[in-house]
Ligand binder design. Structure first.
Ligand code: SAM
Length: 276
């Protein structure tokens, strides 16, 4: 833990370094340290955990992470302007904060820090979903993922069958992780405010049985099923299996059902049958 109480307010840091927000990089900053501390608190016990943060920006969430019991914090930032703004936090962090200047889509947190590790981040919206999918592929490597998304994306992560929001993201996330929304964050909490509200999703890996399908099979199946979500599965699954009907019947799913009627366990059973 480090004492950062002597650091200037984030507004002053932004003004001093002329850090106007760049829209193309999804820059919407959290300047309220009570809020960033709450995010870190609700992420769970971080004692001994190495945390990767994507996009520290001026460092509001980074400060709260450095103040926490995390063993170390590695912040991956694409915009080189923020290095100077983070220098004060770095100096106060006693070697527990490292800044990696890179596109987060090109670095794997598993290679950056040893286990136990977690990702805690106010994600840039334009790359939030691809980053999550990448981390899901190796979800067992993480203690947890605590991620701010547009509210609509967070709702798709936790969506239940037979709802509009239920789709590929829900099935893949809920197959691999226990998923919940920690809390909503209104647009006005950000500087500058985005057009939509946000929410923080929390994912913790689920234990996987030995006969669990592999990621690619599941991904292909779910993509086919929801790619044509209004169609019956006997039609939409033709791109992954020549004769969907007997396959669906063999696992007790009506060939006339639509993707959004099948729960996560149903997709897992189907993926296993597909593999056979
Ligand atoms: N963590 C800060 C906060 O909460 O105030 C900033 C969050 S802002 C929503 C997203 C941050 O991600 C910005 O600092 C932006 O420069 C950075 N960013 C955008 N695309 C990125 C990428 N591909 N890789 C790494 N950082 C990225």
């Amino acid at each position: 833990m480090a004492d950062l109480s002597h650091l200037p307010p984030l507004r002053d840091v932004i003004a001093e370094h002329g850090l106007g927000a760049r829209k193309a990089l999804g820059q919407h900053f959290l300047l309220d340290l009570n809020l960033t501390r709450r995010i870190v608190r609700e992420a769970g016990d971080l004692s001994g955990v190495a945390v990767v943060e994507v996009g520290p920006g001026p460092g509001g969430l980074t400060r709260a992470l450095v103040e926490s019991a995390a063993r170390e914090v590695v912040a991956v930032e694409r915009d080189s302007r923020f290095a100077a703004a983070l220098a004060d936090v770095m100096a106060a962090a006693d070697g527990r904060l490292r800044l990696v200047e890179a596109d987060a889509l090109t670095v794997d947190p598993v290679d950056l820090v040893p286990a136990p590790r977690a990702v805690i981040s106010n994600l840039p919206y334009n790359v939030g979903t691809p980053l999550l999918i990448g981390w899901l592929k190796r979800i067992a490597e993480y203690r947890s993922l605590t991620l701010m998304f547009q509210k609509e994306v967070a709702e798709r992560i936790v969506a239940r069958p037979r709802t509009e929001a239920y789709g590929r993201l829900a099935v893949m996330c809920q197959w691999l992780a226990d998923c919940r929304i920690l809390f909503d964050v209104p647009a006005r909490a950000f500087t500058p405010p985005p057009r939509v509200d946000s929410a923080i999703a929390h994912l913790t890996p689920r234990a996987r049985p030995a006969d669990d399908p592999d990621f690619r099979t599941m991904e292909a199946l779910v993509a086919a099923a929801f790619g044509q979500r209004r169609k019956m599965l006997r039609a939409s699954l033709k791109s992954v299996v020549r004769e969907p009907e007997p396959l669906l019947e063999s696992v007790g799913i009506a060939p006339t059902s639509r993707a959004e009627e099948v729960d996560v366990a149903g997709f897992v059973t189907l993926a296993k049958a597909l593999r056979r």
